[in-house]
Design a binder for this molecule. Structure first.
Ligand SMILES: *[C@@H]1O[C@H](CO)[C@@H](O)[C@H](O)[C@H]1NC(C)=O
Ligand SMILES: *[C@@H]1O[C@H](CO)[C@@H](O)[C@H](O)[C@H]1NC(C)=O
Ligand SMILES: *[C@@H]1O[C@H](CO)[C@@H](O)[C@H](O)[C@H]1NC(C)=O
Ligand SMILES: *[C@@H]1O[C@H](CO)[C@@H](O)[C@H](O)[C@H]1NC(C)=O
Length: 481
């Protein structure tokens, strides 16, 4: 949507706006790979793909594990093979999920996003990732829109339609009706594939990958949505854990109830960390002031002036008021290395410099958390809701107890799920185990805007013997990539 002639570094920007999905950093684009040329098999037949040392394969799995005659899915699997695979030092595969849901493990590894983890884990492992059912190169594919423009239009609409701000409660009945219509349309077109794209099935697919490797137990590292996947796997197959790390932990029981309130409890604290850091950075912070309190005041004043007079974005980008600013600022807080750019964006908003601020906060930027596939997977995973207007209002008030600054950043799921109509019976808990075959390692950060320490604590308590590692850093997960 935006020209790349800007002086701002767009690759980092794109990473910052990927909500609940991990960042990826494109190096030189590798040659494309024709996944259709690989025949899906039930064993792992690796072929070279993209660029060295990557290898790919397609694993054939049942769409419905209870009824294998109902057809198969083909899971696109990719790995960075261990260079010491033929020696005694080799320690097998680590499966990795980059978040989402809807995040593509293939794209992540191709873009080099896996390299940082390989450095961390060591070369005695294969780093293995995959596109979960319905995502990207796995088939059957779920494609709601034909073009990125249509997807962007949906996302732009979604972010204005789906906040539950009390100021807009008079529009709730209409919006509920619209969500019901969208729910009906999606059911008509995609029920046959979406009903199988649930996280418990992705967990079963992971076990198949492990078994096809000739191993009994999983070694797994998951971040963000990958912690939902990991905790689900560990609840379903507690005796199949070799090692499991979940990092940047979502409130998993909340996830299956479409309740995001706990996930936002530290969002304000993360913003305040940004205020402090900006004050300390002095001239190097474009939105600075003498003290943390003064930066906060500058921010509050900015929001008030936007409320009074919203900014019209160029190119039909819509209107930018304080509410529209919530989701982009919130996602900027995920990655501390982008905080300087966040400050530039805020200064641009303050100066009403529409061109610059549109680059940073424009509503056309792809945001995977409100992308239709991410919303759909979360909705099909969750218990059926059918919220009434009163239910939604009660939810909105609870969200506003969690976060003063960012309630609109994460209310999208709740309203969307209210109109959702595809509700297959499937495993969505109870999450936890009193005896995993190896204790889980659960990691959380002190200031995390979307996967707070409280959620890591909650999930850790559900898995007997698990350890909780707390990093005293801002952002979500360890921010190594
Ligand atoms: C999977 O198959 C079982 C057994 O036939 C059936 O009860 C269940 O509804 C199927 N699941 C889905 C999502 O269709
Ligand atoms: C899916 O693959 C395409 C390349 O074909 C890539 O541009 C896109 O970012 C991928 N989607 C995700 C969610 O990674
Ligand atoms: C966006 O919302 C408007 C107003 O409700 C509607 O007319 C339009 O079809 C929507 N566009 C998309 C892509 O959903
Ligand atoms: C825990 O699970 C292991 C197998 O993973 C089993 O050998 C052991 O007996 C179980 N312990 C308890 C207390 O259930």
């Amino acid at each position: 949507m935006f020209a790349s002639s800007s002086t701002l570094r767009l690759p980092s920007l794109a990473a910052a706006t990927l909500v609940l999905a991990s960042s990826s950093f494109a190096q030189d684009a590798p040659p494309p790979f024709d996944w259709a040329s690989v025949e899906p098999t039930t064993d792992l037949r690796w072929v070279d793909c993209y660029q060295s040392p990557l290898q790919c394969t397609r694993l054939s799995v049942p769409l419905n594990y209870s009824a294998p005659d109902q057809g198969n899915a083909a899971i696109a699997v990719i790995r960075v093979p261990s260079p010491v695979a033929d020696t005694d030092a080799y320690r097998g595969p680590i499966l990795y999920n980059p978040g989402g849901p809807g995040g593509s493990g293939v794209t992540e590894l191709v873009a080099g996003g896996g390299a940082a983890y390989l450095d961390l884990f060591g070369e005695e492992f294969d780093l293995v990732s995959f596109d979960p059912r319905g995502v990207n190169f796995s088939t059957p594919a779920i494609q709601f829109f034909d073009t990125p423009e249509e997807t962007n239009a949906f996302v732009a609409n979604a972010s204005t339609l789906l906040s539950l701000d009390p100021e807009n409660w008079d529009t709730l009945p209409d919006r509920l009706e619209e969500m019901n219509e969208i729910g009906d349309q999606i059911k008509d077109k995609f029920a046959d594939t979406l009903k199988f794209a649930t996280t418990d099935n992705v967990a079963r697919d992971m076990l198949r990958i492990v078994e096809a490797y000739g191993r009994e137990k999983i070694q797994y590292y998951g971040i963000s949505y990958g912690t939902v996947l990991g905790a689900t796997f560990a609840s379903m197959f507690p005796d199949k854990i070799d090692r499991m790390i979940i990092d940047g932990v979502v409130d998993v029981p909340g996830y299956y109830a479409s309740d995001w309130t706990l996930n936002l409890v530290d969002a304000d604290a993360t913003l305040e960390y940004f205020f402090s850091a900006c004050a300390e950075a002095g001239d190097r912070c474009a939105f600075g002031a003498d003290s943390k309190e003064a930066v906060q005041e500058r921010y509050d004043t900015l929001l008030a002036s936007l409320a009074e007079e919203p900014i019209t974005l160029p190119g039909g980008g819509g209107s930018l008021g304080p509410e529209q600013l919530q989701a982009p600022i919130h996602s900027f807080l995920y990655l501390p290395r982008n905080y300087a750019m966040l400050a530039q964006g805020l200064a641009a908003v303050e100066a009403r410099d529409a061109e610059t601020l549109a680059l940073l906060f424009g509503t056309g930027a792809p945001q995977s958390a409100v992308g239709p596939l991410a919303l759909a997977i979360r909705a099909v995973d969750a218990a059926a809701l059918r919220d009434t207007q009163e239910d939604l209002q009660e939810y909105a008030m609870r969200m506003r107890e969690s976060t003063k600054y960012f309630p609109a950043a994460a209310e999208i799921d709740r309203l969307f799920a209210s109109g959702w109509k595809i509700n297959p019976d499937h495993f969505r808990g109870p999450i936890g185990s009193d005896n995993t075959s190896h204790p889980l390692l659960v990691i959380g950060n002190t200031y995390d805007p979307i996967t707070p320490l409280a959620a890591a604590e909650k999930v850790s308590k559900l898995f007997a013997g698990s350890s909780l590692l707390q990093y005293d850093i801002p952002g979500d997960r360890k921010s190594v990539v």
